[in-house]
Structures are given as C-alpha cells and as structure tokens.
Design a protein around this ligand. Structure first.
Ligand code: C2E
Ligand code: MG
Ligand code: MG
Length: 398
C-alpha cells in the first residue's frame, strides 16, 4: 500500500487498480489537491482499506487477475455506507456504463465513470467538484435551493400487497447539481438540525407534491411526505400545512405525513397536541422507519398514528433471518391491534412481497415494484400498472 500523505481528517480517496503505473499516476494527480490518497493493487486490500482508511471516494478498476470489479461492487454495497465510487477502466464504454448501472442498483453511490486513458486534470476536476459539493451543503445553500425552486421530487409507488392495487406514492426530495444529484441522505441530516429549515422543506415538498398531483392522483391514492420530528415543535404546523394546500386542489386527506427522526421528539404533550390537530384536519400520520433508531412503542402508545412503516432493514433480512421474520410478524399484529395500516418499505424481491402479504401486511413499497421516479415516468408506470391490474383478473375469469 502506498500513501502520498498522512491520514488525518481531510478528504480521503482510495484507488484500487492492479496496474502499478496507473497507481503512481493517480497518486501524482492527487498531490497538491489537499486530498489524502491511498493506492492498492487488489480488491482484498481495497476492501480492507474501506474500514481502515474510510475513504470518501473510491476509484475502482473493473479488471483484476482473479476477480472482476463487479464482485468488488457487491462487496462495497454491503460495506461502503456513504462512500462514493467512480469506475475507471479501459474497457468498452458500454460495459462501463452498464457496470455503473449495476452499482446503482446495488445501492452504491456511483459517480459518473471515467474511461481510460484519463488525464491528471480529469482526476483533479472530479475531486474538486466532489469536495466543493460536500462543502456546499449548508443550511444557507439548502434554503437557497428551495427558494430558487431547484429541488425536485421523485415519487415511489405504494401498492396493496393483497390485491396489487396502486395506493399512491411517497414523495422523496432530490437536489440536482451540475455534477449529478445530491441524495437526501447527504443533506436531510443538515436540514434536520434546523427547525425553520425543516418546516421550509416540508411546506416546499407538500406544495410541490400537491401541484404535481396529476402525476400520482387517482381515486383514493395518497401521497406520503416525510416530516422531520423537529417540525412538531411548531404549534401552528396544522394551520401552516393547511394553508400550504390552499389553491392547489388537494386536501389534507390526500396526504400521509411520515414522521422521521423521532429522536428529536421532545415535549410529549405538545407533540400529541400537534399530531392530533393534524389528524383532525384530515392528514394521516405515519411512524416511519419503525423498529430502528428511536421510533418506539412509547410513541405508538401515546400518539395518534394511523400507519406504521416497517423499516427496510427488517424487510431486507426477512427471508434469511428468522428473528426478523418474527419481528415483522409482531409489528404487523401490533398494527392490526392498534388499527394502524402497516406498510413495508424496501421490498426488493418477489418472495419478500409474498411473505409480507401472507403475514397480512397491507401495503408494500420498494425497488421490486419501482424505483423513485420523476413525475412523467411515474404517470407511465402508474397507467401501465393499473392496466395490468385490470387485465389479470380478466384473464383468470372463466
Ligand atoms: P425513507 O422515508 O425511509 O424513504 C425511503 C428510502 O428508501 C428512499 O431513499 C428510497 O429511495 C429508498 N428505497 C425505496 N425502496 C427501496 C428498496 O427496495 N431498496 C433500498 N435499498 N432502498 C429503497 P432516499 O430517497 O434516498 O431517501 C432517504 C431518506 O431521506 C428517506 O427515507 C427520508 O427519511 C429522507 N427524506 C427523503 N425525502 C425527504 C423529504 O422531503 N423531507 C425529509 N424531511 N426527509 C426526506
Ligand atoms: Mg419515508
Ligand atoms: Mg422509511
């Protein structure tokens, strides 16, 4: 392993490439950029360095003597967390692009790939853009992106696990920038440290989803909007949200507010009052990511939720881990007992959907059905989906 500088709290880049001359070239490109660079020759060393070196970004070659880059990608998917990956290879551009898509499907934060040969400037530009973007995420720049109407919504469908019926969508915020899209995982935590900004994001998303309702609204379909717990500190939240919908043609009954980051829930009396007032106005209220972090039974006991969203970590392990299976079954029973709808998120495989349906979980959401989509793509997906829902029963009729 070769380092060009010491390991401190600066930005760190790891390159995994079996070509020694490329490794030397890469380290030279990083010199003077302020980045700490580490170059390793094998996927094994690369995977080891993920833990010990904790790179912000990994440059990954696709061809190695006894493992291809795809194997590394799937390993990365389970370990990399927030680490971004740039594929860098001399192989056919089409192969490179499809390898990139595979990485995306695995949930790895893929950046646009680089075709070899690359220049020193290609590498430096990429590192500079990455760094600028990271520093770019502040409450001020997020507020600016909201005010300038730069943020977009991606919609992910929710379907009935029993009948397959389209039930509506969840609206997920996206921040397009020149180098790609900043994911909510990167900037929502910054939003959630600031009450004013949390409210601003919520009203922005609600209003935009209401204005884009033509894309998702069909009889009875609802749109879920994520609401950081910090928003509940605002006693006038129910008024604010009702006012936001004025003139859009949508009403509170068209929306589910998904409560996230419940760690921030303080003052239970006030929270109960605000949630109850939201329910009275007609909003449905959902407890998001149930079973993880700080969403607890106490919240369910005390607060008027009409939906529980089973966190995707349980769904992901449902088939392989008997404990997850039992927990999910319990949560579904809990929902039934409390009269709350249960929603499973992160369904990626058909077997997961059928096990959940058999457990009487009501609604499913996940890549198995569809990824989050822009409004135009959603319309096509929705119409096609509803078409097949109509056709299937017909086919089975005598
Ligand atoms: P969430 O509310 O739990 O949203 C579901 C996340 O799971 C989305 O990630 C979605 O793309 C992802 N997902 C959906 N199906 C699958 C699947 O089958 N497999 C896997 N691995 N992932 C799946 P996304 O869009 O990156 O959002 C991440 C989180 O950021 C959300 O988690 C939510 O907590 C937060 N967020 C997103 N939009 C907003 C927003 O407008 N306001 C607030 N306050 N938070 C938001
Ligand atoms: Mg959510
Ligand atoms: Mg969730």
């Amino acid at each position: 392993m070769i380092h060009n500088e010491g390991h401190d709290n600066r930005f760190r880049v790891l390159v995994i490439d079996d070509d020694p001359s490329f490794r030397t070239f890469f380290l030279r490109a990083c010199t003077g950029t302020g980045w700490v660079a580490l170059a390793v020759a094998t996927p094994e060393h690369g995977l080891g360095a993920l833990a010990s070196f904790a790179p912000h970004i990994v440059f990954l070659d696709l061809t190695f003597p006894d493992m291809d880059g795809l194997g590394v990608l799937s390993e990365l998917a389970t370990r990399a967390g927030d680490t971004a990956v740039v594929l860098i290879s001399g192989c056919d551009p089409e192969v490179l692009r499809s390898a990139n898509r595979i990485g995306e499907r695995l949930g790895v934060r893929m950046r646009p790939p680089l075709q070899k040969p690359v220049s020193i400037d290609d590498i430096r530009d990429l590192l500079t853009a990455f760094q600028a973007e990271g520093n770019f995420i502040t409450p001020g720049t997020i507020a600016q992106a909201i005010n300038e109407n730069i943020l977009r919504l991606a919609y992910q469908p929710k379907v009935s696990l029993r009948s397959g019926e389209y039930m509506g969508v969840e609206a997920l915020v996206r921040w397009p920038v020149s180098t790609g899209t900043i994911s909510p995982a990167q900037f929502v935590p910054v939003v959630e440290r600031d009450e004013g900004l949390s409210l601003r994001l919520l009203t922005f998303v609600l209003e935009r989803a209401a204005r884009e309702a033509a894309a998702w609204k069909v009889n009875g379909a609802c749109c879920a909007v994520n609401m950081s717990a910090l928003c509940l500190a605002e006693a006038s939240l129910p008024d604010l949200l009702t006012r936001t919908l004025k003139g859009t043609g949508m009403t509170p009954r068209d929306f589910v507010l998904e409560l996230t980051e419940t760690a921030a829930l303080q003052d239970p009396d006030r929270v109960e009052r605000v949630l109850t007032a939201l329910r009275i106005r007609g909003f449905a209220v959902s407890l998001d990511d149930f079973g993880t972090g700080h969403s607890s039974l106490l919240h369910l006991q005390r607060l008027p939720f009409n939906e529980i969203k089973i966190d995707r970590t349980f769904v992901a392990t449902l088939l392989d881990n008997p404990r997850s299976e039992r927990i999910v079954r319990l949560v579904i029973n809990l929902g039934q007992t409390l009269g709350a709808t249960t929603v499973a998120e992160g369904i990626e495989r058909p077997e997961e959907a059928s096990v959940l349906a058999e457990m009487a979980c009501e609604i499913g959401q996940g890549f198995y059905y569809a990824r989050p989509m822009d409004p135009t793509t959603l319309v096509n997906w929705r119409d096609e989906w509803m078409q097949t829902q109509v056709e299937v029963p017909r086919k089975t009729m005598p």
